[in-house]
Ligand binder design. Structure first.
Ligand code: FE
Ligand code: FE
Ligand code: ZN
Length: 293
């Protein structure tokens, strides 16, 4: 089955059940959610009965809960040269892993961090020591390092940096990779030849580390380092290239997650984008349809 979904909302009352129901309304077979607002670190306790309900609802539809992913809030920065910020990131991430365990979530996506002027080497070292401090338990959720666009002083902007981090992680069973098509494009990778990217990851790190992929078109040209997502088929990557990535046999078992923008900041595009992806057919009038829904 095609593992396609989007990022969805979360609320403190129905929690992951709320997220699941939003995903199902889009015709998704999987989804990604934040355990609170993506911009802040306010979090409410996990209600395990909602988790059980979500799992059985998915099972009843033949869907696999173990493929659902969480995204850590993007304000936590393991690479920060500021010790206070770094220790906050570490302690928040530890709590977030406990929340993922309570949610029975296996994979959590993390932006590696930004060095904010301290330099690539120091930034990467901070990420490595932070992750090693967080990943002390033998078993638990896996942290997926997202490949970044290279905006500002972001790290994890190429396969060599991801390799540098992963090769220094003590607990390799709990570290992985989340690709992002917009970020790869903006970082300078030619996503129209995705097999070449997968080959490079496989030879340098191992393809089995890739456990999620974010599917976004890009508003900007290759190597722009901008990180502005576009709706599927309306950016510089284009519909056909994205379809080839989504249906690449080597990525068959990993969840594909849309993080495309709401149309006019108001209308979620995911039901329509998922439809086009399932039909492998681009609808040039889709934006109008999303607005008139
Ligand atoms: Fe992300
Ligand atoms: Fe992403
Ligand atoms: Zn992005």
């Amino acid at each position: 089955m095609l593992l396609i979904g989007s990022h969805v909302g979360y609320n403190s009352k129905d929690q992951v059940l709320y997220s699941l129901n939003e995903a199902l309304s889009y015709g998704a077979s999987t989804f990604m959610f934040y355990t609170g607002a993506p911009q802040n670190t306010r979090r409410s306790p996990i209600d395990k009965s909602k988790v059980a309900e979500a799992i059985s609802l998915m099972e009843s539809k033949g869907l696999d809960y173990s493929k659902v992913v969480v995204h850590a809030p993007y304000i936590i920065n393991l690479a920060s040269p500021d010790m206070d910020k770094r220790s906050f990131a570490i302690s928040f991430l530890k709590q977030e892993l406990v929340r993922c365990s309570d949610l029975k979530i296996s994979n959590i996506v993390l932006h590696p961090g930004s060095h904010t002027g301290a330099g690539v080497e120091e930034g990467l070292n901070n990420i490595i020591s932070g992750l090693n401090e967080v990943l002390t338990d033998e078993v638990g959720p896996t942290i997926l390092l997202e490949t970044m666009a290279g905006k500002g002083t972001e790290l994890g902007v190429n396969i060599d940096q991801i390799k540098e981090i992963i090769s220094n992680i003590n607990n390799k069973a709990r570290i992985g990779i989340c690709l992002d098509t917009c970020h790869l494009n903006d970082a300078g990778y030619d996503v129209s030849n995705f097999d070449a990217i997968l080959d490079e990851i496989d030879s340098k790190i191992g393809l089995s580390y890739v456990k999620c992929i974010h599917i976004n078109d890009s508003k900007n040209a290759i190597s722009s380092h901008k990180d502005r997502h576009a709706n599927i088929g309306f950016g510089t990557i284009g519909f056909d290239n994205l379809i080839n990535i989504i249906y690449n046999e080597r990525l068959k078992d990993i969840p594909k997650i849309l993080e495309t923008p709401y149309v006019d900041r108001e209308y979620p595009p995911y039901k329509y984008e998922i439809d086009m992806i399932k039909n492998k057919k681009f609808d040039p009038n889709v934006i109008e349809k999303i607005k008139n829904n």
